[in-house]
Design a protein around this ligand. Structure first.
Ligand code: NAD
Length: 428
């Protein structure tokens, strides 16, 4: 079997490799020529994907990468894993999906299966994507070609979370489309969960992400309430999670990050308006989570104040730029919001993240492009008035931080269990 995976990012690349490992011949297509070249040289641009895993599959001929969409001619299935961000006005931007659909359609052969994996609102696959595929190819979905939606459930850097073992939800445009998609994914994934339509599959992915966003907002709110009562939220969550049923732990933090949780819920909010419905839980959760960086900055101010220092002119080190521990992905990271708020108030801000040696150029935070990671040594760390832990990477030597830092503001409970002078750590 020969397939194409379009969009070789955090979702598309591991998926393409998983199919290639399962004896499917895979061509990975991306508009980024640099990524394509790296992959064909057996190199990786994602920290948790080993270059050797790519090199072996390239050498054996099971996987190759290309910028050439005509390679789609002759494949049995095309899987789309392109970005689905929000616009500046925080509305869904499905232009990558639509653009990809148009290009694919020009090379689509009869009988090909097209699967969308990008997270999106219900109706994208069987409305917008279907229409462009049909218009450009002059073929009918469900008749001349097959169409399905199957959401990705990638959990980067979680060793327990292997793509092959994660059950995969699949919805087809017609029963035959579903059947074709099930046959495709059964080659690479152990457990498949068929649902009755593309829309149900799209809605399932949104429920999963909204569930996280709402529960994180809940613990963030409780952090403030319990904090005012002198109760430590992390201790409370640890105790609550001993309940063997009906409870699942979520942890507070400096705000939401990553490409999914801060963005996807608003795909539903936007679509719901078309039906005259309001997504009050989603918006409230968004409000609470977005207010977290402001709260954290106030804790930094309080910590400095206790030492008779002002934030204006103070030197602050943000520890952790990635949005979650042990990954190199800093998209939508709350660390950027923290940096902006601190700088606005006159602080001098640097960052330390072993996985982000230099900040790349992005549309959202262009002012930080090219900024380099601070050094990790006693003299450098001692020089900061506050070290603000935004991400708890496990490779950071927290015992050295405890010894070297003047003051630590900890948003992740990273200093729990580390021996440190009384009063040096401020939880936030
Ligand atoms: N990252 C995650 O953990 C995760 C988890 C579940 C779902 N998702 C969803 O999966 C989708 C992809 O996310 P990602 O994290 O892999 O994004 P990403 O930015 O890491 O990767 C997207 C890739 O698509 C390429 N691309 C952009 N436009 C293209 C086009 N027109 N044709 C071909 N390639 C193109 C980019 O160069 C990039 O390599 C999104 O909808 C996201 O919401 C992401």
């Amino acid at each position: 079997m020969k397939i194409a995976v379009v969009g070789l990012g955090y979702v598309g690349l591991p998926l393409a490799l998983q199919f290639a490992r399962s004896c499917v011949s895979v061509v990975g297509i991306d508009v980024d020529a640099r990524k394509v070249q790296l992959l064909n040289n057996g190199e990786s641009y994602i920290k948790h994907i080993e270059p050797s895993a790519i090199g072996e599959l390239v050498t054996s001929g099971k996987f190759s990468a290309s910028t050439d969409f005509s390679r789609i001619e002759g494949v049995e299935a095309v899987i789309i894993c392109v970005p689905t961000p929000l616009t500046r006005n925080r509305e869904p931007d499905i232009s990558f999906v639509i653009g990809t659909g148009k290009t694919i359609a020009r090379h689509l052969a009869k009988g090909t299966l097209v699967v969308l994996e990008s997270t999106t609102y219900p109706g994208t696959t069987d409305e917008e994507l279907r229409v462009v595929l049909e218009e450009e190819s002059q073929m009918k979905a469900g008749v001349d070609f097959h169409l399905a939606f199957s959401p990705e459930r990638e959990d980067p850097a979680n060793e327990q979370s292997k793509l092959k073992k994660i059950p995969k939800v699949i919805g087809g445009y017609t029963p035959t489309c579903l059947d074709r998609a099930m046959r495709l994914y059964s080659k690479a994934i152990d457990t498949l969960v068929p649902v009755s339509s593309c829309r149900v599959a799209e809605a399932t992915k949104l429920l999963e992400n909204i569930f996280r966003s709402v529960n994180i907002a809940l613990v963030n709110e409780l952090k403030l309430v319990y904090g005012a009562m002198g109760i430590d939220i992390w201790e409370v969550v640890e105790a609550a999670k001993t309940k063997p049923f009906g409870f699942m732990p979520f942890y507070p933090g400096p705000g939401l990050g990553g490409h999914c949780i801060p963005i996807d819920p608003f795909y539903l909010t936007w679509k719901a308006r078309e039906y005259g419905k309001h997504t009050r839980f989603i918006e409230l959760a968004g409000e609470i989570n977005t207010a977290m960086p402001e709260y954290v900055v106030n804790r930094v101010i309080a910590a400095l104040n206790s030492q008779r220092k002002a934030l204006n002119g103070s030197r602050i080190l943000i520890l952790g730029l990635a949005y979650k521990p042990n990954v190199d992905d800093e998209r939508e990271s709350p660390s950027y919001a923290l940096m902006e708020l601190l700088i606005e108030r006159g602080a001098k801000v640097d960052y330390y993240d072993p996985y982000v040696p230099v900040i790349r150029s992005t549309r959202e935070h262009s002012q930080f492009a090219g900024k380099k990671c601070a050094a990790w040594d006693r003299t450098t760390i001692e020089n900061f008035d506050v070290v603000l832990i935004a991400t708890n990477h496990s490779s950071v030597p927290y015992h050295e931080l405890a010894e070297w830092a003047q003051c630590i503001v900890d948003t992740r409970n990273a200093m729990a269990g580390v021996s440190v002078a009384h009063g040096k750590v401020w939880k936030a």
